[in-house]
Design a protein around this ligand. Sequence first.
Ligand SMILES: Cc1ncc(COP(=O)(O)O)c(C=O)c1O
Length: 375
Amino acid sequence: MHFNNAGAGLLPQPVLEGVVEHLKLEAAIGGYEAAEGQAAEIEHCYTALAALLNCRTDEIAVVENATRAWDAAFYAMDFAPGDRILTAGAEYASNYIAYLQVAKRTGAVIDVVPDDRDGQLDVDALRGMIDERVKLISITHVPTNGGLVNPAAEIGVVAREAGVPFLLDACQSVGQMPIDVEAIGCDMLSATGRKYLRGPRGTGFLYVRASMLDRLEPPMLDLRAATWTGRNKYRMRPDARRFENWESNVAGKIGLGIAADYARNWGLEAIEERVSGLAALLRRELGKIGGVTIRDLGRRRCGIVTFTVDGRDAQHIRQRLAERAINVSISGRGSTLLDMDRRRLNEVARASVHYYNTEEEVGRFCESLESIVGS
Ligand SMILES: Cc1ncc(COP(=O)(O)O)c(C=O)c1O
């Protein structure tokens, strides 16, 4: 029973076949030759992701994971002493560590926007924090440690009103709900292949709005990102692929394109309805078990369900469930430190459902947990 889709979703058959077929071709005729023959399939990855996010093909870069995608955008920005980065309470560790490093190097300041009573980012508070020193609004859409969905489109309205670039970490949301960069109004967005999108591991992607490109100098350049035009000169690529580098997981790229098509064929609205419905059922049923506390915040909630059990640590719960062939994961304090400290949590167990999970599985999950809690 796979309830760890926020860790990695299960590959659908067409994705698996696309990856395996390309690896077989590489083994048979050579990696470069295979890529040449499959150029259209590789290029399709960009078209499929652009369709998924409602952007242009030349606004997409494909990289090895969400972290590198996010880093490529964030580290491309220029910060000066006193510049403010506005972020959210449930920010992901890797992003916050990058803020800290850049703050140390440049004198930029990190300001955390308070949450509202429901635990989502308080959009009015964000609006009140805007001034001429705000250089970036950088928010995690769905945090790693819970079902909360931050109000990305409302944040986008504030960013547009203020003329401040908006970077959205959509790692946990892409594939489980519609993500439309025009409706959201973000300028940069990072995501991964392997989670709710059900793509291959080792794939990630970055969206950069065309009008932002010239304001961003990638932190690292190579001969894919730029052309060496003379002894003392280079020219950056005009499109978002300036954030890529030359060698890549070609089979993964093909699989990622297939995964994006696959999700769109089901329909992202339908996926969200199914996933959030199953998760709501899971929360309701878990809530009936004595000693179990649901830890998800927010008004709009997604497929990630987090909980704690009185007197049992999350590792114990994960292991006992694993013995019954049920996959869940743990989110520890260090992944979302500000939020966890504020709520005095050291860790939470995380059960994340996808559309292929069933109501019957939710029932069996709760029965198993009840017997673990009672034993
Ligand atoms: C909110 C968030 N952002 C970024 C990442 C990093 O994604 P990746 O492992 O693909 O780099 C994660 C991973 O769990 C995440 O939860």
